[in-house]
Design a protein around this ligand. Structure first.
Ligand SMILES: Nc1ncnc2c1ncn2[C@@H]1O[C@H](COP(=O)(O)OP(=O)(O)OP(=O)(O)O)[C@@H](O)[C@H]1O
Length: 232
């Protein structure tokens, strides 16, 4: 019962993210930039502190945009008439987004600019030393893209149903990561069986159709393959 409640809370939270993605053009822009920054951060020799700065900065922009959207909805619920306080509330929330966006440009400049010229030499070397980093970054990119496509198709709920299957995408992304990292046929086969079991259980329980899990599996596998091929 408690587990179901926690699951429901996550579902509502994802619905909030998807609602903002669907309705706010700025949120879509933030998401695309976040995916690109995460993807390209693989090729830069980011320190622990720089990685933390990038993650906090991305979160700050997305979170302020969501709070802005929430405040706009609350004001529109209270009044559709012109009101000085409504204007103040919306303008202040929009100001918060602007500050976080300017901050992201400053952080991006500080973290990435002087690394650009070193890009070619660190291209392969650096991620080899940080396989954990690629695994989690590629997993995050797969999750972002799966949520984005779900928002586009407007089917199911964020964690259940819809096109594509997020579980299939994540499990096949992990399968490819294990294949690259282990390079051991037995481990790869076992990981593949686990991924297939995840996919099969989504169909068996009626949450996803065959085509949704196929698209999810291909999406997760191909994106992860692409990222690993670029860095290995
Ligand atoms: N009820 C209102 N009373 C007074 N001014 C308002 C009211 N609603 C909106 N405004 C003004 O219009 C601006 C835009 O408000 P709106 O609700 O259209 O946000 P938006 O254009 O969707 O913003 P965003 O681009 O962040 O999504 C507000 O920042 C505010 O200055």
């Amino acid at each position: 019962m408690k587990t179901k409640k926690i699951f429901d809370s996550f579902n509502y939270a994802f619905e909030g993210i998807i609602y903002t993605l669907r309705t706010q053009r700025n949120m879509r822009i933030h998401f695309i930039i976040a995916i690109l920054v995460l993807f390209f951060s693989i090729f830069f020799d980011l320190s622990k502190m720089e990685t933390i700065a990038v993650f906090i900065t991305i979160s700050l922009v997305i979170v302020t945009e969501m709070i802005n959207t929430s405040i706009e909805a609350t004001i529109d619920l209270i009044t559709d008439k012109y009101h000085e306080l409504a204007k103040i509330a919306k303008n202040v929330a929009a100001g918060a987004v602007l500050i976080s966006a300017v901050n992201s440009i400053i952080v991006g400049y500080i973290v990435f600019f002087d690394k650009l010229d070193k890009l070619s030499t660190i291209f392969i070397h650096k991620v080899r030393n940080m396989p954990m980093n690629i695994v989690f970054v590629s997993l995050l990119i797969v999750i972002f893209i799966a949520i984005g496509i779900k928002a586009y198709f407007k089917e199911g709920t964020p964690l259940r149903g819809g096109m594509p299957s997020g579980h299939a995408a994540v499990s096949f992304s992990i399968f490819i990561a294990i294949a690259f990292l282990s390079q051991n046929t037995l481990i790869i086969t076992l990981a593949f069986i686990l991924a297939l079991l995840v996919v099969q259980s989504r169909i068996e329980s009626g949450i996803h159709s065959l085509i949704q899990v196929l698209v999810g599996s291909l999406l997760g596998a191909l994106i992860t393959l692409l990222i690993f091929n670029l860095v290995y």
